[in-house]
Design a binder for this molecule. Structure first.
Ligand code: ADP
Length: 366
């Protein structure tokens, strides 16, 4: 929220101006009935109070208008000759001029002080709110890490027992094993997410070729993709070298390929491409699926986000892209979505290109 919108939010009473004009008439009538007993200073001070009241409750405009009206009324009713705007004593001009300046400056200062005070309160509230959110986040990560960690040991025992029983021919045990595997992957993702959030994940940045990482990712998902056609356009003749963590990059690409497989018709080939643009390498994974609606393009990278109405049997817990994007950023790269021309999705992973020594420097001098 910016400062202007806060100022605009401050509601003035709609009757504020009218009430202060009525007060001005009332005060002037009262002062008039005691005119002979009053000194000019009394009139000036009482009018000044009126100006400050108008500025404080109805805003600067009302304050300045009251200053102007009281200035005229002061002259007309309380300075000789009465009931004209003419003035006999030149010193009265000094009184009137000083009154107008004092009233206007006081109204302006008062409204500014009031605005600054509410601005300070707003900033303090915002800071408090941000600190509370940070604390909630920290607690959430701590609970996530603790629970995930404690779940791993019993899960591993369940998996081991289930596989042992399955090897003895118990079909239900095979199902338990598969489900325990799924739960284990989910718990591992939760642990990774909390490690990424707290900056505790160790990233091993090294020079690697893009061809190798793409090849390893394709091998990694071969079983899950079940013989699906994949078009590869990598390098187009030149070797691309990036500076990235090989294992985590395989994980990002495997996740993108599995998503592309899950969210597009099986007879449409997937495409994986790579090119170097300046000092980054771009690896794209494209499909001809339904794509992602405009409103969800940023949200798909939020943890636990799954679009409303997505079938429960497709997809996971909505952690894949959140982890993939954080992993990309932790390596100095990024992961973003773009709609693919002709329909479908393109996910682009950018990673820093490796700065290699010039070819001349590698060639032995003859
Ligand atoms: P999930 O494990 O649910 O697939 P992800 O974080 O990998 O979680 O993806 C989040 C959501 O983004 C998915 O539920 C899906 O709606 C959408 N999504 C991801 N990849 C694609 C894709 N290639 N095409 C269409 N939608 C996708």
């Amino acid at each position: 929220m910016d400062i202007d919108s806060t100022r605009n939010k401050k509601r003035r009473h709609p009757l504020g101006w009218a009430l202060w004009l009525a007060a001005l008439v009332l005060v002037t009538a009262t002062l008039l009935s005691f005119r002979d007993a009053l000194d000019k200073a009394h009139v000036g001070l009482i009018y000044l109070l009126l100006v400050l009241g108008a500025a404080a409750t109805a805003g600067l405009g009302a304050g300045l208008l009251t200053a102007l009206l009281t200035f005229l009324s002061f002259n007309f009713f309380f300075l000789l000759p009465y009931h004209t705007f003419a003035i006999h004593d030149p010193l009265d001009w000094l009184i009137l001029g000083s009154y107008l300046v004092t009233a206007s400056v006081a109204a302006a200062l008062l409204t500014r002080a009031e605005r600054e005070a509410s601005e300070r309160i707003r900033l303090a509230r915002e800071a408090e709110h941000a600190a509370a959110l940070r604390e909630i986040d920290r607690l959430k990560d701590a609970v996530l890490a603790a629970v995930s960690h404690d779940l791993r040991t019993p899960l591993t025992s369940i998996q081991a027992l289930a596989y042992e029983m399955a090897s003895e021919g118990d079909e239900r045990a095979a199902i338990i094993g598969t489900e325990a595997d799924r739960l284990n992957r989910y718990v591992a993702s939760l642990l990774d997410l909390s490690a990424l959030n707290s900056g505790a994940l160790r990233i091993n940045l090294e020079a690697n070729t893009v061809e190798d990482v793409v090849g390893a990712s394709l091998a990694h998902v071969a079983t899950a993709l079940d013989g699906r056609a994949i078009t590869t356009r990598v390098g187009e003749g030149s070797v691309m070298v990036g500076r990235f963590d090989f294992v985590y990059t395989v994980r990002i690409l495997a996740n993108l390929l599995e998503n592309a497989h899950k969210y597009s018709p099986p007879d449409e080939p997937l495409e994986i491409g790579a090119r170097q643009v300046g000092d980054v390498v771009e690896i794209t994974v494209s499909d001809r699926g339904t794509g992602v609606p405009d409103a969800e393009r940023d949200r798909i990278f939020e943890p636990f986000y799954r679009p409303t109405g997505s079938p429960p049997d497709v997809g996971g817990a909505g952690l894949g892209l959140a982890i993939a994007q954080r992993l990309a950023r932790a390596q100095g790269g990024d992961l973003r979505f773009e709609p693919r021309r002709g329909g479908g999705s393109t996910f682009t992973l950018t990673l820093p290109a490796a700065k290699l020594p010039a070819v001349d420097a590698l060639t032995p001098a003859s």
